[in-house]
Design a protein around this ligand. Structure first.
Ligand code: F0G
Length: 351
């Protein structure tokens, strides 16, 4: 058994690596671009989702982490650290384990989905919880990284962004062209920054002839870029994007302005509706934060913002299994029956 080819190898000429970069890979990238025919037809567009939950640790972070950890090993770092709402910590822990480095992850107390915490623990990271939110966690790890020799692997690390540009490359390769619109959840704003950089790079090297409009969606309770100011106490069911002071905020605003796109917020109710819709009608289980892109698409489509035949890609950033509590909350109870065929028949076929 071998892993799929390393993402870095696939796009080597477009990434800041050299022959002396040791590549730390878990077979990331190459995630499916799935067309949603029914929902697309309802609005007269060609609608696709890129399911980043299919990466090795279940989120898009692996694209950036293969780069950040490879570069950390290249320069001889012994340890990596990040602040995280959960997915970055899962990815950092896994890639550090693969590379034989120590990993420390700093998380907001009680606000990380159980699957993500399980990943950080099982991959052997030192898990540290702070009495504060993600923004405060990021502040303190940035400070530590300036005074010690530890590699910061949050998306303020330029290699993270470089790795995540590959998501844009793959979309262009799969469609045969750049999409007209990209819808993407926004938290710390690294991913929207990376996608825009990726589309521009592909355009520059002649592998795409157009650029998409970038549409970023924040959760309504954690929407600093929409509101135009820091949110001191961000709150949303989509814990992955529960961020009040995005580190790459200026770059996200630039991406939206340069592409004539938009930034908007979606409520938790809209996020959960999209999350359940795509799981129940398309067989795709993404985590709540991921569904912000699809919720945003539906909102803008209902407002008549798209034109007939446009190609639209929504990024589904992480896997639904990361956050099983949200999936089962408010669900009808599991049916309990005697182990008998007539009871089973009734249970299966009754309305
Ligand atoms: N979707 C998911 C599932 C995420 O985990 C994140 C960010 C985002 C969207 C937003 O991406 O921050 O680049 O704008 N998660 C980070 C973490 C903050 O710590 O795992 P962004």
């Amino acid at each position: 058994m071998s892993l799929p080819p390393a993402l870095i190898e696939k796009y080597r000429e477009l990434l800041p690596v050299s022959d002396s970069t040791p590549i730390v890979s878990l077979g990331e990238g190459g995630t499916p671009l799935v067309q949603l025919h029914r929902l697309g037809e309802r609005f007269g567009v060609r609608l696709y989702v890129k399911f980043e939950g299919m990466n090795p640790t279940g989120s898009f972070k692996d694209r950036g982490m293969t780069m950040a950890v490879s570069k950390a090993v290249e320069r001889g770092a012994q340890a990596v650290i990040c602040a995280s709402t959960g997915n970055t910590s899962a990815s950092a822990a896994a890639y550090a384990a693969r590379a034989g480095l120590r990993a420390a992850v700093v998380i907001p107390e009680g606000k990380i989905a159980s699957g993500k915490l399980a990943q950080a623990i099982v991959h052997g990271a030192r898990v540290i919880s702070i009495d504060g939110n993600f923004d405060q966690a990021l502040e303190v790890v940035r400070e530590l990284a300036t005074v010690t020799d530890i590699e910061l692997v949050n998306s303020v690390n330029p290699f993270r962004i470089a790795g995540q540009t590959t998501g844009a490359f793959e979309i262009c390769d799969d469609l045969g062209h750049a999409p007209d619109v990209l819808c993407i959840p926004v938290g710390n704003a690294g991913n929207i920054t990376a996608y825009w950089e990726g589309f521009r790079r592909y355009h520059e090297v002649g592998r795409a002839t157009s650029l998409p409009k970038m549409m970023g969606f924040q959760a309504a309770g954690a929407a600093p870029l929409v509101l135009g100011h820091t949110v001191t106490h961000p709150e949303t069911i989509a814990t992955a994007i529960r961020i009040g002071n995005p580190a790459s905020g200026p770059q996200a605003l630039a991406a939206v302005a340069e592409s004539a796109g938009a930034l908007a917020s979606v409520t938790d109710a809209q996020i959960l509706a999209a999350y359940r819709l795509i799981a129940a009608t398309e067989g795709i289980f993404c985590e709540p934060a991921s569904a912000a892109s699809l919720a945003g698409f539906v909102m803008r489509a209902e407002a008549g913002d798209f034109t007939e035949g446009q190609s639209i890609v929504c990024i589904l950033t992480g896997h639904g299994l990361k956050d099983p509590e949200v999936a089962v909350a408010d669900a009808p109870p599991v049916l309990r029956i005697p182990s008998h065929v007539t009871d089973l028949e009734r249970a299966v076929f009754r309305d």
